[in-house]
Ligand binder design. Structure first.
Ligand code: SF4
Length: 560
């Protein structure tokens, strides 16, 4: 729980490697930093803890706020529910405490960004490090204060316990909440009180297929070497209607609010698409922003959306996923009517953004985008390979065709930039373990052609390793530590080189422009840290051999 010093992309810092357990004691880095990779002092500075009052967090992750709101709405008294600051959990765990719920997005560092940064979990990420730290604090508090509280892990990252079940025992988890297909975060906020009642009344002790209960208990058994682990997984897969989704009653981190759930585009590697599409009416959105403004003093609204350009359309009846411009204009007008100063959607597709040429200009006018009010948005670039995009995400391009993908990317960036938006792209490395040498080079070439054809364009690219979720949940993880062939290293190298040269160096000096000390610090930090991954990849290539080195040299000579 951190405000990340107001830098939205810093929220990815938890994915950075914290500890290298295998670092040789003879190295200089061991002598200076011991096992630390990203110095903890730096992490703790950038990811400063959220403020609190008597141990109660002033701001909390949006999903946690939803569960809180659902408990209070459905009968629990305000005094019986607390959203505690992680450093003060001890204050709230005593003999009368029934449930301690933890909100875990990436508990074991297995999310795509983290797997990339830790070479497939060969190092321990800050996400994993601090998640363990939290569970140890909870356990110490239980022991000290004589508490028998049940500890339940929830939120979108709980699927990771299936891959490292020893942690269930180590953390003393009573239960792990999962959605229908494991990977998908359950929408427990529609039935928070029912869920807590069932836990308190011990109704979820054992699996009972004959008992009618919306929460299905599965006791999973995992063989690991000569040990067997057990875990109580609680499944819940009802999707609440918009009316059943509670409205937050306390401020969320970063002014996050949501406007929709689900996405009808159907990308095979994504679990969001398994949910039915629902949209919040404007009045509900406005109410949540007002809570953030009134109780949190927030002046911005971070609009959680899966593909914002799908808002208000019916994917079954709308031809070619044509955006509903009127609904979007109404939505953003409602958001701005609250008096906030800045808003941006979290996610959107490039195809949706350019499917209607008046869409981005009109929204930009409504939300007052300008050189001093740039709008960030995360978009899936996924791959430069026409073959892969057609095979795994053809509807992501609708109304365009896979063969038009390169044009969509170029036009999308141009449209965004002209209207003061900056897309942050994510790419998938090793998509379904089906990425060929040619596919990787196509990605490198596309990024390079953007740099040469549109040299002033502003965008960042983050490669993520493939994680088997969504319709591909039966596939294998892409093992970056062992199976990164030279062209995939090339993709990683090229993307980071782009960020360093075109992103960090050019734009980082704008961070904290209103504060010279902050500005000086972040510009210096960007210059110093920006080149570190490039150097690390070059050293990695030297260790792996001539083929890997040749790819780095080729990129430097031809695609720099
Ligand atoms: S467009 Fe984005 S949110 Fe929608 S299915 Fe594809 S990856 Fe998922």
């Amino acid at each position: 729980m951190s405000p990340y010093r107001g830098i939205s992309l810093a929220s990815f810092f938890g994915c950075a490697p914290a500890i290298d357990p295998n670092r040789s004691h003879d190295t200089l880095s061991y002598k200076v930093l011991r096992n630390q990779v990203t110095p903890r002092i730096l992490f703790d500075f950038i990811c400063n803890p959220i403020s609190h009052h008597n141990g109660i967090a002033d701001y909390a992750p949006y999903g946690l706020r939803k569960v809180e709101a659902s408990l209070v709405r459905d009968g629990y008294s305000r005094e019986d529910v607390v959203v505690a600051h992680p450093d003060y959990v001890e204050k709230f765990i005593g003999p009368e405490t029934e449930i301690v719920g933890t909100y875990e997005m990436d508990p074991l560092g297995m999310g795509p960004v983290t797997m990339t940064f830790t070479y497939g979990r060969k190092q321990i990420s800050y996400d994993e490090f601090y998640n363990k730290d939290l569970h140890m604090k909870i356990n110490r508090a239980k022991e000290k204060n004589g508490s028998k509280a049940k500890v339940i892990a929830g939120a979108s990252g709980t699927w990771q316990y299936n891959y490292d079940p020893a942690k269930i025992e180590e953390y003393g988890l009573y239960g792990v909440v999962e959605g229908d297909l494991g990977g998908i975060g359950p929408e427990i906020d529609g039935a928070g009180a029912k869920f807590f009642d069932a836990l308190i009344n011990n109704e979820l002790e054992t699996a009972n297929p004959f008992k009618k209960n919306p929460f299905k208990v599965e006791i999973k058994e995992f063989e690991r070497g000569d040990k067997t682990y057990h875990g109580r997984f609680i499944h819940y897969w009802n999707e609440p209607t918009v009316d059943e989704i509670p409205t937050i009653i306390n401020p969320s981190m970063h002014g996050m609010i949501e406007v929709m759930r689900g996405c009808g585009r159907g990308c095979k590697f994504c679990d969001v698409t398994l949910r039915p599409l629902r949209y919040y009416p404007v009045e509900k959105v406005v109410k949540e922003i007002e809570v953030n403004m009134k109780y949190g003093g927030l002046k911005n609204a971070w609009v959680h959306s899966d593909d914002i350009f799908v808002y208000g359309l019916n994917p079954r009846t709308t031809k070619n996923m044509q955006p509903n411009r009127e609904a979007l204009e109404e939505l953003f007008s409602g958001i701005m009517s609250t008096g906030i100063e800045h808003t941006n959607p979290t996610h959107g597709t490039l195809a949706g953004a350019i499917a209607d040429e008046r869409l981005i200009p009109n929204i930009s006018k409504i939300i007052r985008a300008s050189p001093d009010n740039m709008i960030g948005i995360q978009c899936g670039f996924e791959t430069g390979s026409i073959r892969l995009i057609g095979k795994y995400a053809d509807r992501k391009l609708s109304p365009f065709k896979p063969s038009e993908w390169h044009w969509v990317v170029k036009t999308g960036i141009k449209t965004f930039n002209e209207n003061y938006w900056v897309p942050a792209f994510t790419l998938i490395m090793g998509l379904d373990n089906d990425e060929t040498v040619e596919d990787s080079w196509e990605t490198i070439e596309l990024i390079h052609s953007l740099e040469t054809e549109q040299p002033e364009s502003k965008f960042t690219t983050t490669p993520l390793t493939f994680v088997p979720i969504g319709l591909l949940e039966k596939s294998e993880f892409f093992d970056i530590g062992n199976t990164m062939d030279p062209p995939k290293l090339g993709v990683m190298y090229k993307t980071w080189q782009h960020n360093f040269k075109y992103g960090i160096q050019k734009f980082m000096h704008k961070v904290g422009r209103d504060n010279p000390i902050k500005n000086f610090f972040f510009a210096g930090l960007a210059r110093t840290l920006g080149g570190v991954p490039l150097g690390a990849m070059e050293r990695y290539a030297r260790r792996r051999g001539p083929e890997h080195e040749r790819v780095i040299e080729k990129i430097k000579a031809k695609y720099w």
